[in-house]
Design a protein around this ligand. Structure first.
Ligand code: SF4
Length: 775
């Protein structure tokens, strides 16, 4: 087993996605609802409206030459002629129209890959040190654990319905090359008393309120990995904040609960899972070294071979075999180059390619006599292999080129840095190690906080004009027990940023020190502050308008087309979106009149009603249906006062919708918002029907409520059960009917994960009866 195995549900997942695309194109579902389906499937809308990106999961960055070839062909046919490697070792195809995302998904499945879980509130691609299995310093090869865990998590529905994204990382040595110490759950390999295992970190992450992970265990065996991951996952699933995505990542829960309570709850959840025999994975045949190769060793085509070997080739722990880094330009490789490389690499077996978190390609298991062959092929590709190493140590996100949240365009700035480095190659070729990380906004996809030199994009104003700029950070680093975030030392215009980087690199090169950390230790960050001073000046627009354009952009800098992020999308995000829109509409409706006002008032009623129904797990295709459901679930239950019945009826009674009713409608909107505000973070109703009624307090504990949820799809059926249970008291029994297939596969498990007990589950004809005891 080299790469992960697709879950058996993948064809059903694809069929559902295909139907959602069709419904979306025919206007049968709203864009927001479609987003909630496509994003967890790894498909994001790009900044340019109507174009999409497909993010393909590659566990630990592993891909076979055949798979790489297929992906390049799919990109050729349906996307742009480029592949992009991400900082989580996935690969992305860009500029795809929505219909073609289905064909890409089909093509991926045929070669054993998928984009499922590539985005949204899911267990994201598991990241692993790129040199796992070949690093002479590692205690053992962690690859089987990473692939085995991926296989297990992909089978579990709750992996795709979390409060927010969930990142798991494995490093093979104390250097923490995969950044386990800044992950939700991070593992660093070690051996204790002859047993393979890991040091475990939890609660780290970059982005809003970045946090270095804390130690959870000094040592666990590899057989405990599944149990630990699922304990944290279940804790997150149950207690994570589903109401505010900005405070939803695991680190916020860790902070909120405090270490002691977090660990107490985690231990309780962990006990619900069995150990998994990951030791058994090491008994499978895992020799991917290929001794018999049908290629004639070549001579290097030019004298650059020696320099290239010094920069980009390392000997593996397997004697006589080598690993080669191919530094990509901004993480991109053309499909033509990818195919050429893949065809060539087929000669060397299956385990020859990994993608790194530095967005480069790493080859492995290449016998020494074939290094010139590899060199000769790489010379035919458009990469940075001819350039000094520093170039492969720059990470930059895609920024405003494609990302909807992007402010600046780091890739343009990086191209300028490359250009400036290539003007002085000799000086930079002997440069010591330095990591430069750049993000297009504060969100940290370019990991600016852990760069020795870090930048993140911002918009600044000068002389009445906006210009692109970066905050400058110094001193970030990652290592087991020594991870540190960079300190902000100032800011710089995007225009001057590449020149500033070059000045710092020159100073570092001239110091002759082996690493930038040594340089900082010797001179302190004040040295960088001094250099920065020379680049701070921003001329007025009249003096030099080039400062008001970003690199690689011929448009005057603006932030008008920044859109809502796509990173998190679920039904609950849709609720939040409606809420945000309602707040905006309340302001706007005061400024408009006539038909525009009436349309907006109608929209406000529609969104208010839809939002509350979604919280109960209902959606409707017509306004008549919306009214009926609202009546049943809100008016009849007393959760919303019946004095608003006439307002809700306006959805079908256009004649009665007049501007005089504005105040009543605004009051209704406020009521809806208040109702939402009173829900707890896990979206349980904490007022209204949740209050035990007087008769409940004295009645027998086991009252059976019956609900028929046949014909209700996932996850709406689950949400309805959750709401039913919220209205019952501890120990009460609820019987539900569920359809065969997804509902019976998913719902009882999810209910049990919330702590309720499944008393009975039995088939009746083509459906199921499930009896649940409320916790
Ligand atoms: S850091 Fe900001 S600009 Fe860059 S990819 Fe992430 S969200 Fe987009």
């Amino acid at each position: 087993m080299l790469t992960y195995t697709l879950p058996y549900t993948i064809y059903e997942d694809l069929a559902k996605y295909e139907k959602a695309v069709d419904d979306f194109l025919k206007g049968r579902i709203e864009p927001e609802k479609f987003k909630g389906i496509r994003v967890p499937f790894g498909i994001y809308e790009q900044r340019k409206s109507g174009t999409y990106m497909v993010r393909i999961r590659l566990s630990g960055g592993i891909i076979t030459p055949k798979q790489l070839y297929v992906i390049a062909e799919l990109a050729d046919k349906y996307g742009s002629e480029k592949l992009h490697v991400t900082t989580r070792q996935d690969i992305q195809i860009h500029d795809v129209v929505i219909e073609n995302t289905v064909y890409i998904s089909k093509g991926l499945i045929e070669c054993g890959l998928s984009s499922k879980g590539g985005g949204g509130n899911t267990v994201r691609n598991i990241v692993m040190s790129v040199d796992a299995g070949i690093n002479p310093l590692e205690p053992y090869d962690i690859t089987p654990v990473v692939v085995g865990l991926t296989n297990d998590l992909l089978k579990e529905d709750d992996s795709f319905n979390l409060p927010r994204k969930f990142k798991i990382t494995f490093s093979n040595t104390y250097e923490d090359s995969a950044c386990a110490t800044i992950s939700d759950v991070g593992f660093i390999a070690r051996i204790k008393e002859g047993k393979k295992g890991f040091k475990v970190y939890v609660g780290g992450g970059l982005g809003r309120k970045s946090r270095i992970a804390e130690l959870l265990y000094d040592f666990i065996t590899i057989n405990e990995v599944y149990q630990v991951v699922n304990g944290v996952k279940l804790l997150f699933y149950k207690y994570g904040n589903r109401k505010n995505r900005h405070s939803a990542r695991l680190r916020f829960l860790y902070n909120k609960l405090g270490r002691e309570e977090f660990i107490k709850l985690f231990e309780r959840e962990k006990e619900k899972f069995e150990l998994k025999d990951y030791e058994a994975l090491y008994k499978e045949e895992r020799n991917f070294l290929n001794d018999i190769i049908n290629l004639k060793p070549e001579e290097p085509i030019d004298e650059g071979f020696g320099e290239w070997k010094r920069n980009y080739v390392k000997e593996q722990k397997q004697k006589g075999f080598y690993t080669i880094e191919i530094p990509l330009k901004n993480g991109d490789i053309s499909t033509e180059d990818a195919k050429k490389l893949a065809k060539f690499l087929e000669n060397f077996g299956e385990d020859v390619i990994r993608f790194s978190i530095n967005q480069n390609i790493h080859l492995r298991n290449i016998k020494g006599e074939y290094l010139p062959n590899v060199y000769n092929i790489i010379k035919q590709l458009d990469t940075n292999s001819d350039n000094p190493r520093i170039i492969s140590d720059i990470i930059a996100c895609k920024g405003a080129d494609t990302c909807q949240l992007g402010i600046c365009k780091p890739r343009g700035a990086v191209s300028k840095i490359y250009e400036l480095i290539s003007e002085n190659i000799e000086l930079f070729s002997a440069l010591g190690r330095i990591q430069i990380n750049i993000s297009g906004c504060p969100n940290s996809c370019g990991k600016h906080l852990i760069g020795n030199l870090g930048f993140f994009g911002k918009a600044k104003r000068n002389d009445g004009y906006l210009y692109p700029a970066y905050n400058v950070l110094v001193g970030g680093k990652v290592e087991d027990g020594g991870t540190k975030f960079g300190e902000k030392i100032g800011e710089i215009s995007a225009k001057k940023m590449p020149y500033f980087v070059i000045e710092v690199l020159k100073d570092f090169a001239e110091s002759g020190l082996a690493s930038f950390q040594d340089y900082l230790n010797k001179f302190g960050e004040s040295r960088i502050r001094e250099i920065l001073k020379d680049f701070e000046y921003v001329p007025s627009f009249e003096e030099d308008n080039s400062f008001y354009y970003d690199w690689n952009s011929d448009e005057l800098f603006n932030v008008n087309d920044i859109g809502p992020g796509e990173c998190s999308a679920s039904m609950f995000d849709l609720v939040e979106l409606y809420l945000e829109q309602l707040v905006k509409y309340k302001k706007k409706v005061k400024e408009i009149n006539g038909k525009d006002k009436l349309d907006l008032l109608n929209e406000m009623i529609f969104k208010s009603v839809k939002m509350l129904l979604l919280l109960k797990g209902y959606d409707a295709e017509s306004n008549e249906q919306l009214i009926k459901l609202f009546d049943e679930h809100y008016f009849k239950t007393g959760l919303v006062s019946t004095k608003y019945e006439n307002i809700v009826r306006l959805l079908i009674d256009n004649q009665s919708l007049t501007t005089e009713r504005e105040d009543e409608i605004l009051e209704f909107v406020d009521t809806v918002k208040r109702f939402y505000d009173e829900l707890d973070e896990s979206l349980n109703i904490v007022t209204g029907i949740d209050e035990p009624k007087e008769k409940d307090k004295v009645s027998e504990p086991e009252i059976k409520v019956f609900k028929d949820y046949r014909g209700v799809s996932c996850p709406l059926n689950f949400v309805r059960i959750k709401v039913d249970l919220a209205g019952m008291k501890s120990g009460d029994l609820l019987e539900v009917y569920l359809d065969d297939g997804d509902p019976i596969d998913n719902v009882p498990r999810s209910v049990a994960m919330e702590g309720h007990e499944i008393i009975e589950q039995k088939r009746i004809d083509n459906y199921w009866s499930v009896v649940i005891r409320k916790k």
